[in-house]
Design a protein. Structure first.
Length: 546
């Protein structure tokens, strides 16, 4: 008998009548001008330093796509630089849209505040000092490769830019990469001693902007399949998206060469986060944040920010434990998440889950805790919904303040209850996709009438008089499974959910005036897209905005 997971996967491929994609191939070589730079040219040259496939399908699927493969005949640094250069060069248009949308909506088209620039500068100096001081440490070697890739991306972007007003600096690329970390850095820079007693209502607004996402890992009842998924929540102005596949043939202590992830133009980390690695790890997270404002004083630029630590952990970890150990180094205390590392090496269909299949890690400033929680997963599922699981982290973060009207235990969160009610009904790939896009707030009593209290939130559907009415919510979903991972495949859908709700439209109401954006479609009614490490296919249902 064909197993249910295989049937689900075959069904998806059969019904996914695909459209023609505009995927183009390019190569990059060292410039022959003697300047030490690079040249990008059309075609797939196996002798090049790196090759890339690229497409901008924002208007047809809600995604850009890039796949980069490096040539191991070159040294690691040259590969990193070439990969950064070709990505910056090819995705120049999407990078500009990302920076423009960020600059307009997060900085109000004004100069970036000096305290943010000073923090970023101090952090860059610290990183460079540690790289120089630790030349034989694989951890710092990989930090250097990340730095080299980002620095060269700046060059590629600026070489491709024909409008001098759109030139961007290394600092501006740094700000885009550390955008998620800034959610904790900014309040740490603005707080004074008196500010440590901020009103809860003010902090609740901050949490909405920084603490987001729903995650689910599901072990099916017949023991045949293990699903991992993530739905990212963010302001809608960040919805210029890119799905990326990096196949970097580094020689330095790399357990994973292929890193596939949902991300953004200009960012080297996912920042969602969702990663599928050829080491057979799937890594994702949801953001916890913290309410205890006194923790902000522990945030320092003399550390490695979360976005860099996640990349290095992905590259050099062999399993969930070593991922947690690597990520725990140089804790910045920023972008404080619950990380989930699913190790598909330890999953055998039809057999009980082996210890180490699922590790989780939770971080706050000055403290990290992690553990093997496979025992919980054996009961059917692991849910993640922005509330700390570990008691120490829960209490130290300030979530144990029972005097607050916002106090809610882990098991009482609306999404916790929705997962408890519905997660064990998931048996097929289609079931899994549906639960990650679920929002039936008008009819679901667990939502309490709030469109934000759903797996894929839609704050924009609340009444305009509501305190949490905003162009904010679930902006995508990504799913994989053992059957999909075996083919290095992720299914992803871009934009706010429209399974039970109408599609989001910028022109509906005053959203375009409130949040000026470029590079996006007006209507977000896209379907699922199948991404692999080298290409993607578009189901016919995704082709609505042509």
């Amino acid at each position: 008998m064909i197993k249910r997971s295989i049937l689900s996967l075959l069904l998806f491929f059969v019904i996914a009548v695909v459209c023609q994609t505009n995927l183009s191939t390019y190569s990059v070589r060292i410039s022959n001008t003697g300047t030490g730079g690079f040249q990008v040219y059309a075609g797939n040259d196996s002798n090049a330093v790196a090759q890339a496939s690229y497409a901008n399908e924002m208007m047809t699927t809600g995604w850009g796509y890039i796949s980069i493969t490096t040539n191991p005949s070159f040294d690691d640094t040259t590969m990193a630089q070439a990969a950064g250069y070709i990505e910056g060069y090819l995705s120049q248009e999407l990078i500009w849209a990302t920076w423009s949308n960020t600059y307009v909506n997060e900085y109000n088209s004004a100069a970036v505040p000096d305290n943010i620039l000073n923090f970023a500068t101090e952090n860059m100096v610290y990183i460079q000092q540690q790289i120089k001081a630790n030349p034989t440490d694989p951890y710092w070697t990989h930090i250097y490769l990340v730095w080299s890739q980002m620095s060269s991306m700046v060059d590629g972007y600026n070489d491709a830019t024909t409008d001098s007003s759109q030139q961007l600096s290394l600092m501006e690329f740094m700000l885009m990469n550390m955008d998620a970390d800034l959610g904790d850095i900014i309040p740490s820079l603005n707080l004074t001693v008196s500010d440590f007693r901020k009103e809860r209502a003010i902090m609740k607004g901050h949490f909405k902007k920084t603490d987001h996402c729903s995650g689910l890992i599901k072990f099916t009842d017949d023991l045949q399949e293990l699903y991992t998924a993530h739905t990212s929540w963010s302001p809608y102005y960040v919805m210029v998206r890119m799905f990326k596949s990096y196949n970097f043939k580094y020689s330095t202590s790399s357990k994973a060469h292929v890193m596939m992830f949902s991300g953004y133009p200009a960012t080297l980390a996912s920042c969602d986060d969702f990663y599928l690695l050829d080491s057979r790890l799937v890594v994702t997270e949801t953001t916890n944040g913290f309410i205890n404002n006194e923790l902000y004083s522990l945030i320092t630029p003399n550390s490695v920010l979360s976005w860099m630590r996640s990349i290095v952990s992905n590259r050099i970890a062999k399993d969930g434990l070593t991922w947690c150990q690597t990520f725990s180094r140089e804790n910045s205390g920023t972008y404080c998440n619950q990380w989930m590392i699913t190790d598909y090496n330890k999953f055998q269909p039809g057999v009980k889950l082996h210890d180490g299949t699922l590790y989780i890690l939770e971080q706050i400033p000055g403290y990290i805790e992690y553990a093997d929680v496979t025992g919980v997963l054996r009961t059917g599922y692991w849910p993640s919904f922005n509330v700390p699981y570990f008691e120490n982290v829960f209490n130290m973060s300030g979530f144990n303040d029972t005097s607050s009207s916002d106090y809610e235990p882990w098991e009482s969160d609306p999404r916790s209850q929705i997962f408890r009610r519905d997660a064990n009904k998931v048996q097929t790939l289609q079931d899994f996709q549906a639960i990650m896009r679920y929002n039936d707030y008008q009819n679901d009593p667990l939502s309490q009438g709030d469109a934000a209290n759903q797996i894929s939130s839609r704050y924009d559907l609340n009444l305009p008089t509501a305190s949490d009415y905003d162009a904010f919510g679930g902006i995508d979903s990504k799913v994989t499974s053992l059957a999909l991972l075996n083919q290095l495949t992720v299914l992803a859908q871009s934009g706010p959910t429209h399974d039970q709700q109408p599609p989001f439209e910028w022109s509906n109401g005053n959203w375009s005036a409130m949040y000026p954006t470029i590079g996006m479609p007006n209507t977000w009614d896209f379907g699922w897209v199948q991404f692999t490490d080298t290409t993607f296919t578009i189901p016919q249902s995704s082709n609505k905005n042509k």
